[in-house]
Design a protein. Structure first.
Length: 134
């Protein structure tokens, strides 16, 4: 009887734009497949993925690698979305869960930890501003 041994790919830290692109692509693939927040992106916001993904790569590249590559205001975008469909705490919790799980599945190290910390802090700020002003 033969045993198939799966080789474990050694995880590395986030250190390049290519790593950010992998993280963002995998994260949004998981978001789109999720029953709770997928419809927010696909049916309510009707995201144009060709435009959205490079912007999100810029955002996370700046947040993790400090490149200065992002120009935008996430608060305005989420406030506008909240007016179209009230965002609930469960939406933020699910986003956090998917983001953390995606980072953990792909990377480990100082920048990976920073990515998770930044994501949770951003989510916390968005919730405090959006959910309070219903």
């Amino acid at each position: 009887m033969s045993t198939i041994v799966k080789s474990k790919q050694t995880k590395k830290d986030i250190c390049s734009r290519k790593d950010i692109e992998l993280l963002v692509a995998e994260f949004y693939n998981r978001v789109k497949a999720d029953d709770i927040i997928g419809p927010v992106f696909t049916e309510i916001a009707k995201i144009n993925w060709e435009k959205h993904l490079p912007v999100m790569c810029d955002f996370w590249e700046n947040a993790i690698l400090f490149t200065g590559s992002y120009q935008g205001n996430p608060m305005d975008l989420h406030t506008h979305l909240h007016k179209a469909m009230p965002l609930l705490q469960i939406h933020f919790q699910k986003w956090n869960q998917i983001f953390i799980n995606t980072v953990d599945s792909l990377f480990k190290g100082e920048k990976a930890l920073l990515a998770k910390q930044r994501a949770l802090k951003i989510s916390e700020v968005l919730q405090s501003k959006i959910l309070v002003h219903k």
